[in-house]
Design a protein around this ligand. Structure first.
Ligand SMILES: *[C@@H]1O[C@H](CO)[C@@H](O)[C@H](O)[C@H]1NC(C)=O
Length: 213
């Protein structure tokens, strides 16, 4: 294509340089070359159009790739649904113990994604993201209540009440949003010498994936 263009350019230039001469051969050339020049101009316009079209296609290709990636991301997110709620279960007191104890919420109410383990009481993040957790307890007032939510080894939130002989029962709770990495563990501990109570799902631990990061 480039070679043809060069050839056409030189022909046209010839024609232009010879435009002033009135020879017989030049007259016949004039009747032919103007068409050639028009053709060359048209070709130039077409070439420019082709160039911009190719550029546009390149941009569209990039946009399509971005959309494809976003779609793939959405599909992955759709796969990883994480929502759970569990009650302590049992029938009565848990504690008091002389040491901090992980609370095992045995009574599963919801466990989409199975990230919460009702045998250990531990939630393990299956994907990195921001999670919301809440916990509520019920307990008699005759012992101290003190439960804390941990992320791995670190205490993140607590709920407590003092021991009181004139206090029939208490309810308490707390909630927290945590940014977790894959495998991070979240669980509740009943602190030493404290107790909680359950029989009708009044002491619960819930959480769900709020957003991906
Ligand atoms: C406690 O939760 C379990 C599991 O979802 C449910 O079957 C049961 O009816 C609940 N009990 C009460 C008293 O809410």
């Amino acid at each position: 294509m480039k070679t043809t263009a060069c050839l056409l350019v030189s022909l046209c230039c010839c024609s232009l340089s010879a435009a002033g001469e009135e020879t017989e051969s030049q007259t016949s050339q004039d009747s032919c070359y103007p068409d050639l020049c028009k053709l060359l101009k048209d070709f130039g316009v077409m070439e420019e159009k082709l160039r911009t079209t190719v550029e546009k296609l390149g941009v569209m290709e990039t946009q399509l790739k971005v959309s494809e990636n976003q779609l793939e991301e959405l599909k992955n997110h759709e796969r990883a649904k994480v929502i759970f709620s569990a009650a302590l279960g049992g029938n009565g007191h848990t504690g008091p113990f002389d040491h901090d104890t992980t609370l095992i919420y045995k009574e599963v109410i919801t466990n989409i994604g199975s990230a919460y383990n009702p045998s250990t009481g531990v939630f393990a993040a299956p994907v990195a993201g921001v999670y919301y957790f809440s916990f509520f307890y019920h307990a008699g007032g005759d012992h101290a209540h003190y439960i804390s939510l941990f992320r791995n080894g670190q205490r993140m939130a607590s709920s407590s009440d003092h021991q009181c002989s004139s206090d029939g029962a208490d309810n308490g709770g707390n909630a927290v949003t945590l940014q977790l990495e894959v495998g991070d563990q979240v669980f509740l501990r009943l602190m030493a010498n404290a107790h909680v109570w359950d029989s009708v799902n009044v002491t619960t631990f819930s959480g769900f994936l709020l957003s991906y990061v």
